[in-house]
Design a protein around this ligand. Structure first.
Ligand code: HEC
Length: 174
């Protein structure tokens, strides 16, 4: 009796581990399918932080670079090239002064995320996207996918300048 209870507990625990292991790659598959189908993947806003960036010039934006579980694990293990299932998101926002914060500081020094400008994704599937070094590039403006082929090609052309780091510019922020 005791033994069968123990066995049951072990089986349930093992199943839990297997389900847990499967979920991040299953989620990655679902998210990759959503992105290539022109939809924002569910839950990307809760992905973990890889780094931040600020662009001046025409963009004048903040970027928060987030990764799904596969991406974060690859970064932490220093894995290059990134494994299939990696998805990296760049969330862009206008770079705007904060009057409210400046009042508190007593001078003009605070800039915060303004309205969202776009969300860009890089999705790794080395077989499906072998002609673009294994990456699919996508951009969403107001939730709508960018379909301009020339613009989408320019993503790869520019990122391909960074071949040594598997086309990904962002380093894992300490
Ligand atoms: C002229 C070069 C250039 C073009 C074109 C370009 N990118 Fe990037 N991209 C960069 C650089 C440089 C960074 C890192 C700096 C930053 O985030 O501001 C970056 C960052 C990213 C990131 C975060 C991961 C990383 O590599 O750091 C994603 C995702 C991304 N770009 C997707 C896209 C998509 C999608 C397109 C096309 C719609 C695109 N990019 C077009 C140069 C480019």
């Amino acid at each position: 009796m005791r033994r069968s209870a123990l066995l049951l507990v072990s089986v349930v625990a093992l199943a839990g581990v297997l389900v847990g292991m499967g979920s991040s790659s299953r989620e990655a598959d679902e998210d990759a399918a959503a992105i290539s189908g022109g939809k924002l993947p569910s839950g990307y806003r809760d992905w973990r932080l890889i780094s931040v960036a600020h662009e001046e010039g025409n963009f004048n934006s903040f970027a928060a670079v987030l990764g799904n579980d596969v991406a974060i694990n690859a970064y932490r293990e220093g894995k290059l090239p990134f494994p299939d299932g990696t998805i990296i998101a760049a969330l862009h926002f206008r770079h705007v002064p904060s009057e409210e914060n400046n009042k508190v500081f007593g001078r003009s020094q605070s800039f915060v995320a303004g309205p969202a400008t776009n969300v860009q994704f890089m999705v790794k599937d080395s077989r499906k996207y072998s002609s673009t070094s294994g990456w699919w590039f996508a951009q969403f403006d107001d939730g709508k996918p960018l379909t301009d082929k020339a613009k989408l090609k320019s993503c790869f052309d520019c990122h391909a300048l960074n071949k040594d780091r598997d086309l990904v510019f962002a380093k894992y922020a300490p």
